[in-house]
Each structure stands twice: as C-alpha cells, then as structure tokens.
Design a protein. Structure first.
Length: 375
C-alpha cells in the first residue's frame, strides 16, 4: 500500500499527503487484530537514537550502472528520517505502580492523535502543564520519563470542547508538528500519543473480557479477573523505495487516496514473515513485480495508532515485466525519473508525502536532495 507520510493504513498504499493513521505500504489499511498480551518482561530504558547521516545535498541522476552490486558494495547509509533521531530518558527502571507526583512533575496533554504545544521564540515546543489536566481522575496516567529537571507524565484527555476546555490549550495533530519539535520533545510526544491510543483501545482483557487496571505507571494493564498482564502493542510495517534497472522510482496512488497524492509502497509484516519477505510480498501483491537487493534503510515510529515504520531500498528484478496493479487497491502506479518528477511537482500534477514522513525521506534519498512541495 503506498503510504503517505510513513504511515501504512492497513490495506493500501498510504502515500504522504494527508497523513493517515497507519503505516504505509503499497497502500494498505491496518488489519484489525485483537490486542495480544506480550510476555511479561521487565521494561528497560531505551537509549537515545543515534543521529543518522543526511542525504546528499544535490540531486544526482543515476543509471543502472550505479546500482549496488551484491559483492563489494559499500555499506548502505541510513535515512535522515525526520523522526528517526528522537530520543529521551525513559527512566524505565524507575517506573512505579502509580504515576509520579511532586513539584518536579509536568504533564503533557494528548487527545487522540493531537498533542498540546505552544509557539515560542525558538519555534514549536511541547506545552508542559504543572497540574493534573484530567477532567476525570479515573483516566490513566503514563510516566514517560525525564526531560531536563522534570519527570514527564502523559495524560490523554477526551476530544476538547470550546465550552468546557481551557481556551489556552493548543492541541495540534502530532504528525503535522512532530518534525518541528526537538528530538527529545518529539520522542515524548510520539510516546504520549501512542500510549494514549493503547489505553483507549485496551480496556478489557482479550482472554476473558475482564476489566484491565493500569500498573507500572501505565506501562502494564492487568486483568482484574484472571490477573494476566498486557503490554503496549507496536505493529511493524515495511515501507520501500523500489527502483528499476534504469534507476527510476516506483510511485503509486492508493485507490482510497484523494487527489494527486502518490507515495512509495508499504504494508504490514505478517506473522511468521521476515522483514525482507514482507517487502517482496507487498510489492508482488500490489504491483505484480519481484524485487531483489532488499536493504534496510532506517526506521521511524508512527503512533497512529501504533506502528513502527521499517524502511527499505529494493531493486526490481530484471525481467519483471510490466506493472500489474492489484484491483481495488492501487489506482495508479508508474516509474518516475528525476527529470520527470520535479516538473510534475511544480505543475501540481502529483503530490508527495510531507516532511514528517519516512516515505518522503525514502523518495528524497533516491532523488539525492530535497524536493519541492506540489503547488
């Protein structure tokens, strides 16, 4: 399923135009699967992501001679995906049974896929609040970790209303502002939105139907009936930039996408499948060609509601033949040269995923530099 901004919606390509709520694959939509409980393992703090290399500053059209060879090829560079370098101190070893309280606690407010932010002299920042913002104290809190001198707690609140909510709270779609936040604040915001989605969706035990109660500062939900623990869920999705022997890039438009929005293909990883196998299967299903030289390019969280986008570069196998689009999934797909793509963008004949998307990072990785947005 082509994806939009790096978010495959579990059935078709989700190219990045209007970011949709799931990872992208040759446009796909998220499978409805019942939450499964994960083995109970002690949560560990995760290290901050390592900075990745930036894409080449200028476009450099390539030919088939530039294709990497199986032997002696240089190590591939990771993408400079906008949300790949996020990181903060999750303080995972100090999660307690209840969220922390005290003068050093600050609350980050989310509502669905939106996060509370504020405009400052240095750009968009998270709006951290000193008092518990929940309208109902029974709503769960999640201890996210440390930001500077503060311990940060996430509070997901119902959709705001103009009559009841603080008019000073500025809730914006996270996918629109995540790339503008600092790496630490983006990590906190993505975690807050993802955990909020998990708590909203998982209120009853998938084994017996009993009510779930939060533990470990919101990171575990335990069944009140059978005592089974349940853990946050992440759905892995592959997203791939497929090139042909002439180094043209495959872009597609999902049948559910409106307008001119095109993106690279993407799709969810199925049980019993390797990441590389998922890349090959999705491309074959969506456009009818085989791929080879599948190489990992990077990853990016996409908590809309709970995806992890795993990016790959791949080559269409020689002799693959013409594209054969999957009915009712892919509205159109074509191979693009660098020389054709730029004028099409300038003329508004095509639109690409936004800058917050790993899909855009894959496209610009192929192009060799930054691309203009469509008019």
């Amino acid at each position: 399923m082509p994806t939009h901004s790096g978010d495959p919606s579990r059935t078709t390509p989700a190219p990045a135009a209007e970011p949709v709520s799931q990872p992208a694959s040759a446009p796909v939509s998220q499978p409805a699967s019942a939450p499964v409980s994960q083995p109970a393992t002690a949560p560990v703090s995760q290290p901050a992501a390592v900075p990745v290399s930036e894409p080449a500053p200028a476009p450099a059209p390539a030919s088939s001679a530039d294709a990497p060879s199986p032997e002696g090829a240089a190590a591939p560079q990771c993408l400079a995906a906008p949300l790949a370098r996020i990181g903060f101190d999750r303080d995972g070893l100090h999660r307690e049974d209840v969220a922390p309280s005290g003068d050093d606690v600050r609350y980050v407010v989310s509502s669905g896929a939106s996060i509370s932010v504020a405009d400052g002299p240095d750009g968009v920042r998270l709006a951290l609040e000193a008092t518990d913002p929940r309208p109902d104290p029974s709503h769960p809190l999640v201890y996210l970790g440390r930001l500077g001198e503060h311990r940060v707690v996430a509070a997901d609140v119902p959709e705001p209303s103009a009559e009841l909510d603080d008019p000073g709270r500025d809730l914006r779609e996270l996918r629109r502002v995540a790339a503008q936040l600092s790496h630490e604040e983006a990590g906190i915001a993505l975690t807050a939105v993802g955990m909020g989605a998990w708590h909203r969706a998982h209120r009853h035990c998938p084994q017996c139907g009993g009510a779930l109660a939060p533990e470990s500062a919101g990171w575990v939900l335990r069944c009140r009936e059978d005592a089974t623990p349940h853990f946050p869920r992440t759905d892995p999705a592959v997203i791939m930039a497929v090139r042909d022997a002439d180094d043209r890039l495959l872009l597609a438009r999902n049948a559910s996408f409106r307008g001119r929005f095109h993106s690279v293909l993407a799709g969810f990883v199925e049980p019993g499948e390797t990441l590389e196998g998922a890349v090959a299967r999705e491309v074959r299903e969506e456009v009818g060609i085989d791929v080879e030289q599948v190489e990992y390019a990077g990853s990016q969280p996409w908590p809309f509601p709970r995806s992890l986008m795993l990016a790959f570069r791949a080559r269409a196998a020689r002799g693959s033949g013409a594209l054969a689009l999957q009915e009712e999934e892919i509205a159109e797909a074509a191979w693009w040269t660098r020389e054709d793509l730029v004028p099409a963008l300038a003329a508004g004949r095509i639109a690409l995923p936004g800058p917050e998307s790993i899909a855009r990072a894959l496209i610009e990785d192929w192009y060799g530099g930054a691309l203009p947005d469509a008019r």
